[in-house]
Design a protein around this ligand. Structure first.
Ligand code: NAD
Length: 470
């Protein structure tokens, strides 16, 4: 027997299946009006959004503003400004056999889309693909994360306020709900989450040959070479590692530093942590520092640190761990032994392992020995080294002398490579992932296509002749 929620899912899916044909006819003005409506509803409910993120992740108002709300306003405004250009058919050159044909690429909606989101930036990572889906003229079903329930509830309410279910609908719930949704023949599935679940999603998508965008995770390394400004590197890495308490998909996961500079880097990192996060210069200020999402992830992180120490790692910066408030103060580990789980899985928390190298090839080799990361960061003042690292490695995105900031430019594509992701999001790239580029040829009366029609004997002779001449 079907559960109530799968019956409901079925009703909404069928309604969207019908409505998507009407949506195909929507023009830029229609879609811009929808994006504006969504913006208005978000603006009207800002307080609720701040409260929800404070509840789920203890995000400060400022952090929510910068990493969730204003990020989304930026995506909305960018889409509203550029949508007419993105939607325009592209004019393409002709071929020799059809010199008078008009060749175009028409951009059409994929149709019906499913968006599954994670909990770490629960508002941003649900709304950003939704903006792309709406801009591209699609219907969508959204499944926010069950681990950030306060934000998921607000998202649900905003979607209900801004849209009819036949166009955009939201289903809250866990993996069970996601599994039900994944059985349906969506035209496109946009999934943000772990690599492990990404594989489940792709397998489910394969059954219906739905196209996918997979925004996944992994271990994003930092390479600091000997020419780098260590204080600057430490400050920027500390911010990138500790914003949202390290629960950021593109957070620096671990750092490679030259063995002669390890001590200097650690003291610069400690100083940066104190300056940014400690009000009384001793303790982390919880008003500026987020919490770990839940007890499971708190103990996962605690175990990762404890296991590494038991195996012989040294604590270079040890912060308090408060189980009740799920807070883990910034932690730095050195001398990580081989086999420590910390170097096998994505850390996704405020723990920074530091690895040393004697020459740059070692660091590059270690990066290449792992899966292609979502982000790779380089701190260097040597053009030669930067070029070398860029050409000898692969990553979803890279910042040189900074971290995270590549995500903030909607003109840049965002995404991973293989295990860190497939497809692109943000701005025009997100719009394109939710669109189909349709090749259209308007043939003219005058063309030479018949040159390839049968019968072939004479044409074969001409081909052989041409081959001899050319
Ligand atoms: P997750 O994969 O556990 O869950 C993501 C979503 O998938 C949730 O909505 C969840 O309900 C659903 N889900 C869980 N198990 C499922 C299953 N078996 N079948 C179908 N759906 C299922 O990820 P998470 O813990 O929410 O998020 C953390 C991960 O996401 C990290 O690996 C992080 O790097 C990654 N991430 C990537 C990006 C990116 O843009 N590339 C952004 C944020 C987070």
């Amino acid at each position: 027997m079907m559960s109530i929620s799968s019956q409901k899912i079925d009703v909404v899916f069928r309604a969207q299946q019908t409505y998507k044909s009407a949506l195909r006819l929507s023009n830029a003005a229609d879609r811009i009006a929808k994006l504006r409506r969504l913006r208005d509803v978000i603006e009207k409910n800002e307080d609720e959004i701040y409260k929800a993120l404070a509840k789920d992740l203890r995000k400060s108002t400022f952090e929510t503003a910068v990493t969730e709300l204003y990020f989304i306003y930026g995506e909305l405004d960018f889409a509203i400004k550029n949508l007419s250009i993105w939607m325009r058919p592209k004019h393409i050159g002709h071929t020799l056999t059809s010199p008078f044909a008009k060749n175009r690429i028409y951009i059409e909606p994929k149709g019906q889309c499913l968006i599954i989101a994670p909990w770490n930036y629960p508002f941003q990572l649900t709304m950003s693909p939704l903006i792309s889906a709406i801009a591209a003229g699609n219907c969508a079903i959204v499944k926010p994360s069950e681990l950030s329930p306060a934000t998921s509830k607000v998202i649900h309410r905003l979607i209900d306020e801004a849209f009819e279910e036949q166009e955009i609908a939201c289903f809250e719930g866990d993996a069970k709900v996601a599994t039900e949704l994944l059985k349906l023949p969506f035209d496109h599935i946009f999934f943000t989450g772990s690599t492990a679940v990404g594989k489940v999603v792709m397998e489910a998508a394969a059954k219906n040959l739905s196209s996918v965008t997979l925004e996944l995770g992994g271990k994003s390394p930092v390479i600091i070479d000997q020419t780098a400004d260590l204080n600057m590197a430490a400050t920027r890495i500390a911010w990138g590692k500790l914003v949202n308490s390290g629960q950021t998909c593109i957070a620096p996961d671990h750092v490679f530093v030259h063995r002669d500079q390890q001590a200097q880097f650690i003291s610069a990192y400690q100083a940066a942590v104190k300056k940014m996060y400690c009000t009384d210069q001793q303790k982390i200020d919880p008003h500026m520092y987020g919490k770990i999402i839940n007890a499971y992830h708190f103990s996962r992180l605690k175990n990762l640190a404890e296991e590494a120490v038991q195996l012989g790692a040294s604590l270079a910066l040890s912060g308090d761990m408060d189980e009740e408030s799920h807070t883990i103060a910034p932690l730095v580990l050195t001398d990580i032994p081989a086999g420590a789980k910390m170097m096998e899985e994505e850390i996704f928390g405020p723990i920074l392992p530091i690895l040393t190298y004697s020459n740059l090839s070692e660091a590059i080799g270690e990066v290449n020995a792992r899966n292609k990361p979502l982000a790779l960061y380089i701190f260097s003042n040597s053009r030669k080294n930067i070029k070398r690292i860029l050409t000898q490695t692969s990553a979803g995105g890279t910042c040189i002398n900074d971290v995270l900031v590549h995500i903030s430019n909607p003109k840049l594509p965002f995404g991973g490579v293989n295990t860190s992701g497939i497809g692109r999001s943000h701005g025009m790239y997100g719009f394109k992932d939710f669109s189909h580029e349709r090749a259209v040829v308007f043939q003219s009366k005058l063309n030479f296509s018949h040159l390839v029609y049968p019968p072939y004997p004479f044409k074969n002779w001409v081909l052989r002749l041409l081959k001899k001449i050319m």
